[in-house]
Design a protein around this ligand. Sequence first.
Ligand code: ZN
Length: 358
Amino acid sequence: MSADQFPLLFDGHNDLLLRLFKMEKGDVQHLFLDGCSTGHLDLPRMIKGGFGGGLFAIFIPPAKVKDTDSKGEEMSGPKYDLPLSPEIPVHEALPIVFAMIAILNRIERESKGRVKICVTAAEIRECFNSGVIAIVIHIEGAEAIDKEFNSLEVLYRAGLRSIGPVWSRPTQFGHGVPFRFPSTGDIGPGLTDSGKELVKVCNQLGVMIDVSHLNEAGFWDVAKISGAPLIATHSNAYALSRQSRNLTDRQLAAIGESNGLVGVNFATAFIRADGQMDADTDLDELLHHMDHLIEHVGIGGVGFGSDFDGATIPGKIGDVAGLVNMRQAMIAHGYDEKTMDMLCHGNWLRVLEQTFKA
Ligand code: ZN
């Protein structure tokens, strides 16, 4: 089967930019545009898989990234608890954010119209209608945002439209959850005063706030303060995998009530009941999460948040080209045509339209 038999897919999370950034070569845009044999994402494989667009995360790696970048091995054994790096100051984070946005700008410029950085939902829809890959800039962890929000104003003009106040390490805005199994998200205090202010400023600008990685107290603070739909870009159901990165049924209900969305995460550690990073994970287990999310958030509030290039994913997906297998499995599972449209991109586009100001 080929990708054009299925609806195009909008994806809530990938770590392509981190992978390209770590390559430390000047022309990494060509590795993306022409294709490469490593990682999960490049343009030829996206087209093959029917990937229409998504949020592209900017993540600030800890200083010793090469020493700490082996989560696959570390997230094994019946229990694990990975140490988190300390807070990263604004002046260290900002040049890395610039470098990753620069990679995206070069990709867009040299793509000859095949890729576009989008700042409105209308632009994303236009891309979906014309076969152009739509990129929305997201930062995962607001380390680069200063308390006066000066960098936010500038990054907004550079195209930033989505922010996770924290990755898992703390920021001046809030506290994240650990990579620990088993674990609960009910750990640590909520948003700081600056974090609460960040939510209000983002609401005013029409910048999406992502609650994935936030601890529970932070989640409920966002739920209380934000006037926008609640969005978890890449999280699964806690009822099925006891991971602090996953959402309880109470959180899922709150997301549903806000007309928000959860992007189902392909990371096997957040799918499996045993919390392991193991590619030998059946797609049925992923579909089980999707059903649970649909039951608790509602059919209009579930989409994708693959974590491509950021996690060990089921071997039957393998990389972005394997989205064809994924959608085939969804149809075999019984989702009808209308449901497929909603899950693959309709729900994401609706929620972004309600979140962005234009
Ligand atoms: Zn993440």
